[in-house]
Design a binder for this molecule. Structure first.
Ligand SMILES: Cc1cc2nc3c(=O)[nH]c(=O)nc-3n(C[C@H](O)[C@H](O)[C@H](O)COP(=O)(O)O)c2cc1C
Ligand SMILES: CC(C)CC(=O)C(=O)O
Length: 355
């Protein structure tokens, strides 16, 4: 199903925009590894202990998700479809999935939340942002997310510098086409009146800057882009409500491990104090089950949602989410589970190294 939607998306998209979505950094080793690492793992099902009445819901700081599959933040949805982030928001809300909408969206966060609210009374929409070094910008963005009714913040920390996307460099893709803009970056302190600032990233940002965000808001703050277990512990120490194990879908550094390979050590470091999410390379219900068995509370999906959006707008995103959840439910049944927490680490083995 995902492969078919990706093919339809490829046909629908401008090839340069397809490359922007699909690509990674360097030789795209990590991009490939994220999926390959799942294929190296296997599940040992438990038998005669399941139920035909399964409950897939997971509680997360910032909202409940009907199933352990959330939408990871990806930029510029109106490159994929004219309805852009509103279509994504409506599909996620209708599926009961948490949507992490990004600062780099082509629709302002209040309109994204309004889109989600047009189909569900209490949708969970979280806002992803970077620690912007320009005075007042991070504060303003946090305020906008709060005013819009977001349930949590997700601070991405794996981008002290922009990723050098190989395909974008080859294609000369550096700017959005006329008529599209990073809508959340409008009218910010120090920016051009009525215009948008660049999304700010800085290698000078520190844990103190993250702590300031935690102290400034009442919203739960997730930290996204953690791979080293010591950083996961640091995130907990500064008051993070959760940690997202992620290598940004292979779009930042081509020398890091696959996300799922980094997961168990982070789960151990966090030691149950906060929930852990994982994204990168999830492309089927079996991957969801593997990540949960290794200790993730839920998984995020980035590109699959973009393929659904490009192929068929809101209906396409809904198809992606429904199919992943349906496959996960089936996998859970085959593993003898009734709820996501029934998947445990003893059930995961490496292919070819069983025992
Ligand atoms: C086109 C694209 C844009 C992205 N933009 C952002 C972003 O603005 N902020 C962020 O934290 N992550 C961003 N990501 C990373 C995703 O949140 C997520 O970590 C990644 O896509 C997961 O891998 P997957 O695509 O294999 O599911 C982006 C990913 C893609 C593919
Ligand atoms: C505009 C960028 C910040 C989006 C991004 O994170 C990405 O393309 O991976």
């Amino acid at each position: 199903m995902l492969a078919r939607l990706h093919e339809e998306a490829r046909r629908a998209l401008d090839p340069v925009h397809h490359d922007y979505y699909a690509g990674g950094v360097g030789a795209e080793v990590v991009l490939a590894e994220n999926e390959a690492a799942f294929a190296r793992l296997a599940l040992l099902p438990r038998v005669l202990r399941g139920s035909s009445r399964r409950d897939l819901a997971v509680d997360l700081p910032g909202g409940r998700s009907a199933a352990p599959v959330v939408v990871s933040p990806t930029a510029f949805h109106r490159l994929a479809h004219p309805d852009g982030e509103v279509a994504t928001a409506r599909a996620a809300a209708a599926a009961g999935a948490v949507l992490i909408t990004g600062v780099a969206s082509t629709t302002a966060v209040d309109e994204v939340v309004a889109g989600a609210r047009s189909v569900a009374s209490h949708p969970a929409v979280w806002f992803q942002l970077y620690l912007d070094p320009a005075p007042g910008v991070t504060d303003s963005l946090v305020g906008r997310a709060e005013d819009a009714g977001c349930g949590a913040l997700v601070v991405t920390v794996d981008s002290p510098v922009f990723g050098r996307h190989t395909r974008d460099a080859a294609n000369g893709f550096h700017d959005l086409p006329a008529g599209l803009a990073a809508a959340n970056m409008r009218d910010l302190p120090g920016g051009p009146p009525g215009g948008t600032r660049d999304i700010g990233m800085s290698a000078d940002q520190s844990w103190d800057d993250l702590r300031r965000v935690v102290e400034r808001t009442d919203l739960p703050v997730w930290v996204k882009g953690v791979l080293h277990p010591a950083d996961a512990a640091e995130a907990v120490a500064v008051g993070a409500a959760g940690v997202v194990v992620s290598n940004h879908g292979g779009r930042q550094f081509d020398v890091v491990p696959a996300a799922v390979d980094a997961l168990p050590a982070v789960v151990d470091a966090v030691a149950g104090r906060v929930p852990v999410l994982l994204d990168g390379g999830v492309h089927g219900g079996g991957d969801v089950a593997l990540a949960l068995a290794l200790g993730a509370r839920a998984v995020g999906v980035g590109r699959p949602v973009l393929w659904g959006l490009a192929a068929a707008g809101e209906a396409g995103v809904r198809q992606v989410l429904d199919s992943l959840v349906d496959e996960f439910d089936h996998a859970l049944a085959l593993c003898g589970g009734q709820r996501p927490s029934d998947l445990t680490r003893d059930m995961v083995v490496r292919r070819g190294a069983f025992g």
